[in-house]
Design a protein around this ligand. Structure first.
Ligand code: SAM
Ligand code: MG
Length: 214
């Protein structure tokens, strides 16, 4: 058939996950990606680390850079307290269209605002467009060479406050050396590595949690 990989993942969700049940959406995607075809979701090895950081921070305002099909969006949004909001950014319209349907299948559309566009264009407009003063939690999982410029942009736009938590995926594989060097050596961050595996493989990868100290 002429379906793309994201569309095939969406079909697996529609067939195997219960509407309004985020956990079943997550399980359907992980099953599909372990048994049928690999995809660049944060996945079920690193996913529990993401969950525990989100739960610990309990953010009122959260930002995700890189939505893809909405797998990590569902993971984060399902843990948000009532009234909390997640903004997620995706510049590929075909991926964004699939993500909207997966987020809706999980019943999380009221907690999530999916913005179609480039992170570098969006970040400077966030305060004005969404009336947000700062983010309590930011998940970085877009193209790896954008992590460092985009956190500098978040700093410059005043979107981080003392205690804001950044969580960066794929810091080992494919790797984000300039970003790691910055957050580990800057006196403005307290940074910690969580070792795990690249999604759906046995290759080492991990997440870097960095607390903004102001
Ligand atoms: N966070 C997703 C998950 O775990 O389910 C996976 C995201 S995937 C690794 C990275 C996504 O970021 C791709 O869909 C890509 O199109 C998008 N992307 C890359 N650079 C971007 C940018 N500068 N602005 C917006 N989206 C971007
Ligand atoms: Mg990733």
């Amino acid at each position: 058939t002429g379906l793309s990989r994201p569309q095939r993942m969406l079909k697996a969700v529609q067939k195997n996950a219960t509407k309004g049940d985020p956990q079943s959406v997550i399980a359907a995607i992980d099953y599909y990606c372990r048994h049928k075809e690999w995809a660049m979701n944060v996945g079920d090895d690193k996913g529990p680390i993401l969950d525990s950081v989100v739960s610990e921070v309990n953010p009122s305002t959260a930002l995700e850079l890189g939505t893809y099909c909405g797998y990590s969006t569902v993971r984060i949004a399902r843990l948000l307290s009532p009234g909390s909001k997640l903004i997620t950014v995706e510049f590929n319209p075909a991926y964004a269209a699939v993500a909207r349907q997966i987020i809706a299948h999980a019943g999380l559309q009221n907690k999530v605002t999916l913005v179609e566009g480039g992170s570098g264009d969006l970040i400077p407009k966030i305060k004005e467009q969404f009336g947000i003063t700062s983010f309590d939690f930011v998940f970085l999982d877009h193209w790896k060479d954008r992590y460092l410029p985009d956190i500098k942009l978040l700093e410059d736009c005043g979107l981080l406050k003392k205690g804001s938590v950044l969580l960066a995926d794929n810091v080992i594989c494919p790797g984000t050396p300039e970003y790691l060097e910055y957050v580990r050596n800057s006196p403005r961050y307290k940074s910690q590595y969580f070792q795990s595996y690249l999604e759906y493989t046995k290759a080492e990868d991990g997440l870097e949690k960095s607390v903004f100290l102001g």
